[in-house]
Structure formats: structure tokens, C-alpha cells
Design a protein around this ligand. Sequence first.
Ligand code: DP6
Length: 359
Amino acid sequence: MSAAVYEATTSAPVNIACIKYWGKRDTKLILPTNSSLSVTLDQDLLRSTTTSRADPSFTKDRLWLNGKEEEIKDGGRMDNCIKEMKRLRKVLVEDKDPNAPKLSEWKLHIVSFNTVPTAAGLASSASGFAALTTSLASLFSLPLNPSELSLIARRGSGSACRSLFGGYVAWEMGSKPDGSDSLAVEVAPQSHWPEMRAVVCVVSGEKKDVGSSVGMQLTVETSPLLQHRIKYVVPERMEKISKAIKERNFDEFAKITMADSNQFHAVALDTTPPIFYMNDVSRNLIALVEEYNRVCLEKTGHLGAAYTFDAGPNAVIYTLPEHIKAITELVLYFFPVPSAPAERSTQASAVGFTDVLNI
Ligand code: DP6
């Protein structure tokens, strides 16, 4: 008789925030200084797929990322997630069922691939830690819902907690010191507003100079504007954008998304030393979308697109189906693709549609 194989494979998508998470009040538990909200780009192009296997013959936990073995540092983020999942396996499954195999005591081999195109320059840590969490939850048969799992993904990378849901997702900052109420909740499923489209404009695939974790803590330590933002700006925006999503009000959604991206980059600039994530191409993309919106407003009384930039120069433009053609043509007209057209990829998706333009 062959021995049972304990293995599970799951995948998780990338999410792009409309209200940005920037700052931790607890760096160990990864508790944010403000709530945030994102849209999950739920399609095949931008996701992580992770396989976890537990076996009594394994001698240590090991991880391979995109085919290359990475060290699992003791007490590091990956280690924290794995330990927490093993603890939950013991408490929720093994302590209750004496016949359940003691997977919590076995070592793990974890293999993860990102289908985020390398040139996309999009953080894969969000989809990566979300996929790690769901694959271990499946391997360990944990009876946990996505919000409960988001608590563990959060310990890997803050923004990862939002990739546990598709559609429109809030990460509520919570107030408990142990972080047990700092979790992701669904604002609306993707099916509530399936017209939403995301155009990813790849300005640069290079690694950023100042990583998110380091950058946001410098901002927490030095930016007076951040204190204003977390106290007076974000709470109201969270309310307003959730309402806009529930009412499928694109004008309001777009206004808040662009304002929040701009304020996030303003607090980066307000940091000492200042952090510049956008470059000239990013700023020209902003000008293009602002001008497009001005014309749309004049003609129809409504906005047509919303830009947002994470900790890097690449733009994500949220828009609606009737604007997709004009937006992609305008972007490619003003920012011609330097590489072969084959390098551009277009993909229908559950968020609607994500077009990755390498500009
Ligand atoms: C600008 O989630 O990558 O993308 O928690 O330190 O891993 P850590 O940071 P991370 O930061 C994401 C910052 C952001 C905004 C956002 O996604 O909300």
C-alpha cells in the first residue's frame, strides 16, 4: 500500500489599492496606521500559484520561488505565517480529532510561481502570501473563512490580506493590540460591478529604490502629513468609496482613487529623506488621464478613467468598457511601445479585463 500524499495547490490574484495602505503601527504583527481598500485583478495573468506538501521524511521547511530555493528565515514573515498555520492545524484539527495525521509536526516543502509577467513591475508579495495561506489552509483542512485567513496572510505582507477576496475588498485596520480585528472584508463581489476594467501601464519593471516596508516606516517616523491623512482623510474616504462601489458610481470611485493615489505620493514626498516613486512618464500619464477626464466631463458630464500608482512608477488605470479602446489607444499613442508587440499581453478577466501595456 502506498503512503498517503498530503499536498495542496491553490492560487491567488494581485490586488491594486484605491485607498492606499502606507504605514504600520506595529511592524511585527503588521498592523496598519489606516484602513485601505482595493480591487482584486481576478484573472489568469497576474497571480501566484502555490503548492504545499507535508511529509514525515522532510527534514526542514523549504521554499522555492519561481524555481529558485529561498531561505526561510527564522522569525521572518514566511516563518511567521507557516508557524501560525501549523499552530492552527494543531488547535483546530489535531487536538479535536485524534485520528488526524499530525501534519503540524511535519516539515513542509512549498513551491510557488508568479504568473505576474516579470516586466510588469507589480508587487507579487500580495498574491504570493495569499496563495501560501490558502494552500496551507487547504493542506491542513482548516475550517477558516477568507477573513480569518486574511489575518495570517497579513503577517506575510500587509496588502496580501486583501487578495483573499475577489472583487472590492477593505482591510479594516482594527484597534486590538493583538491584531485579531485587523482583517480583510468583502465590500462587494466582482459580480456586483463586473464592468470595472484595469489597464496596467508598465513604465518600468525594475526593482524600486526604496521598498514599501522600509519606505512606509520612514514616512511614519518623519511625515507630519501622514498624521493628518490617517486621522482626517482616510476614514471619510473609506466610507465614501465603499458607498460609491455599492452604488456603482464611477465618478465618485474615480475621484477618490486618484485623490488617494496623489496623497499617498504626497506623504512619500513629505518623508525625510523624501521618497519619489513616480517618474516623468508617470506624471505624463496623470496629465493624460486628467485631460481625458476633462473632455469626458465636457461631453458626457462623467469621468472616464482613474489612475493609481503604488510604490513605483507603473500606473493602473481603472475604467469602464466604453473607454477601454480610447484609453489604450491614447496611452500607446503618447507612450509608444518600444518592444515587439508580442510582448504586450491582453487578457480577459473576472475584474473585467486587464490589459498590460509595456510602455
Ligand atoms: C503602496 O503590503 O507591500 O502597494 O506590509 O510591508 O509587506 P508590507 O507592505 P506592502 O505595501 C503595499 C503598499 C502599497 C499600497 C497598498 O497596496 O495598499
